[in-house]
Ligand binder design. Structure first.
Ligand code: NDP
Ligand code: DXP
Ligand code: MN
Length: 389
């Protein structure tokens, strides 16, 4: 039996993790779950899975849910805020912590779980973008296994099994190209978030959907791959593959290429991470290559999608540069979703804030949290100033 804690159980990854748990009731026990404000969904998850703990990040929503749970005499203990997230990340009975919060807010509870030596099923890529080097060192020190959930990284993880890491030539990340792949730059300029949210192949949370449309998602994934697989920046390539069937590839020094394929369904990498090294039988639809008949690949357009280059460049400089990239992107995506800025304002503001930042090399977690806070404020004020002009 796997005792599971899910950070962010009400999100896209969180709910799909619970679907996998539902499909494997004999094998998975849900110990703790969490949300930010969506207490309606959390309450229905509490009723179905009767976890020992449930955390609500928002104070007002916490008080509301606590009251409901008290009235219905449920046994689940309701906790609150970062304190609550840290508490469930180190429950002694827990085997695996699914890190599926969105954004750098997940950093501290993920570090807490690592320091307890838990297995981490890691979806929350932003924590590796801001703190990858530290996270990987801590994982080694505390004997915590990090199993990637992000589809490309799960693919690479699988392609690396049974091969010597020293024989890697290149890691090749596939990108769908997002909803605007076939558009010209001019056609994209005025497109609103409702269009950007329509990913061609995956149904995901809002933040990552916008990141896919700007190709920042692939930039974040390049950084994520660098730390997870300990390769050099020039060993990571990106290729656009609009069908999202080949989830990523590893090219070896003998020129052989190993790819992992499957229909686009996040339950697959989630299930793989939870049960690794075992593969559970399921009845998910099977890939039929003859039916698909054609798989296509193309070069990413870095002029149309400047975010990918910004990510490569911030990783090349290193230190807190990737924290700046991530913090600025989180704020700007939120403002784009609220219709306060235009699509290309995202790379423009990120570039301007990166240019001004003097990176701290070998930052501590406190340095990273400090830079994260400072950059969020700066970007927000900068955008506000521009809106008022
Ligand atoms: N969705 C996908 O298919 C994939 C996602 N990922 C990565 O996985 C992570 C999660 O993505 P996704 O599931 O799409 O995101 P969602 O937005 O769907 O879910 C985010 C979860 O985090 C909670 N949350 C958000 N903000 C806070 C906060 N400030 N404090 C506490 N909890 C918070 C949300 O609670 P509430 O519901 O109350 O808002 C929700 O439970 C991201 O890093 C993403 O890049 C990677 C690959 C694929
Ligand atoms: C499902 C998943 O892993 C996402 O990160 C996905 O890869 C997004 O698609 P893009 O390739 O469009 O960024
Ligand atoms: Mn991905």
């Amino acid at each position: 039996m796997i005792n599971l804690v899910i950070l962010g159980s009400t999100g896209s990854i969180g709910t799909q993790t619970l679907e996998v748990a539902r499909e494997n009731r004999e094998e998975i026990n849900i110990l703790a779950i969490s949300c930010n404000r969506n207490i309606e969904k959390l309450y229905s998850q509490i009723k179905e899975f009767t976890p020992k703990y449930a955390v609500v990040y928002s104070k007002t929503k916490y008080l509301e849910l606590k009251n409901t749970v008290k009235l219905t005499k449920m046994s689940t203990e309701i906790l609150h805020g970062m304190e609550g997230l840290n508490y469930i990340s180190k429950i002694s009975d827990a085997d695996t912590v699914v890190s599926s919060l969105v954004g750098n807010i997940g950093l501290v509870p993920t570090v807490t779980a690592i320091k307890e030596g838990k297995r981490i099923a890691l979806a929350n890529k932003e924590v590796l973008v801001t703190s990858g080097e530290l996270i990987m060192k801590l994982a080694e020190e505390y004997n915590s296994e990090i199993i990637p959930v992000d589809s490309e990284h799960s693919a690479i993880f699988q392609c690396l099994r049974g091969n010597n890491k020293k024989s890697i030539d290149k890691i090749i990340l596939t990108a769908s190209g997002g909803p605007f792949n076939k558009f010209t730059k001019n056609e994209i300029i005025d497109l609103k978030a409702n269009k950007a949210l329509k990913h061609p192949n995956w149904s995901m949370g809002k933040k990552i959907s916008i990141d896919s449309a700007t190709l920042m998602n692939k930039g974040l994934e390049v950084i994520e791959a660098k730390w997870l697989f300990d390769v050099e920046l020039n060993q990571i390539d990106v290729v656009v593959h609009p069908e999202s069937i080949v989830h990523s590839l590893v090219q070896y020094k003998d020129s052989s290429v190993i790819a992992q394929m499957g229909l686009p369904d996040m339950k697959l990498p989630i299930q793989y991470a939870l049960f690794y090294p075992n593969r559970m039988k399921n009845d998910y639809p099977r890939l039929n290559l003859a039916e698909i008949s054609k798989l296509t690949f193309e070069k990413p357009d870095l002029v149309k999608f400047p975010c990918l280059n910004l990510a490569f460049e911030s990783l090349r400089i290193g230190g807190t540069m990737t924290t700046v990239l991530n913090a600025a992107n989180e704020v700007l995506v939120d403002l784009y979703l609220k219709d306060k800025i235009k699509f290309y304002d995202i790379p423009l503001f990120i570039e301007s804030v990166l240019e001004k930042h003097k990176p701290i090399l070998n930052p501590t977690i406190d340095d990273i949290l400090g830079v994260d806070k400072e950059i969020r404020k700066k970007v927000f004020n900068e955008v506000l100033k521009n809106i008022r002009k």
